[in-house]
Design a protein around this ligand. Structure first.
Ligand code: NI
Length: 182
């Protein structure tokens, strides 16, 4: 078995150029995104906007939501209300939810465009953590309702994306059944 070249080494490695603990968290965040993208590989374009019923979210709506939540926790909490760069403002024109508390419906956007939006935001996130010290990563940010550290923000973004990853997988299999049925 030692000749098995496909044998994988499953280990968390810090992303290079970061403080090592921060680099490990960012590795996990990036690995989560890799898995999200795997769930979308070769997705039929007709499935992006498909919903099982009118009240449900589409994969496209969820991809916008995943990004907007990342944007919000990065700029409001981790960076303490730092201004959102113009490039990102333009990529996220819609609020997270409408006035009835449903996720804003995002339609007629291709998978490539959704992934591009997420990639650009992720570059900004990674850049924000590049110069950060571990003390700063663990320094609480104070808000009226809670105190929160950037470390927890990364933990939360991982959890949030994984939840919607499962959601996306389910939508995809339901869509495949509905659209490919004879
Ligand atoms: Ni959510």
């Amino acid at each position: 078995l030692s000749t098995d070249t496909n044998r994988r080494f499953l280990s968390v490695e810090p992303l290079p150029t970061y403080e090592p603990t921060i680099g490990r968290w960012l590795w996990a965040l990036e690995d989560t995104r890799r898995e999200t993208k795997m769930a979308l590989a070769n997705l039929d374009p007709s499935m992006i906007d498909w919903t099982p019923s009118q009240a449900e979210n589409s994969i496209g709506t969820l991809l916008y939501h995943i990004g907007l939540i990342e944007l919000d926790w990065l700029y409001v909490e981790a960076l303490e209300n730092a201004p959102v760069p113009q490039e990102l403002k333009e990529l996220f024109p819609f609020e997270d939810r409408d006035n009835q508390h449903f996720l804003s419906v995002v339609r007629s956007v291709s998978l490539d465009e959704h992934l591009r939006r997420l990639d650009i935001l992720r570059e900004h996130l990674l850049a924000s953590f590049r110069e950060m010290s571990l003390e700063e990563f663990r320094r609480p940010r104070n808000f009226p309702e809670y105190d929160v550290t950037p470390e927890w923000v990364i933990h939360h973004l991982i959890q949030h994306e994984v939840e919607h990853h499962g959601h996306i997988q389910m939508l995809r299999s339901l869509a495949e059944r509905a659209l490919e049925a004879p």
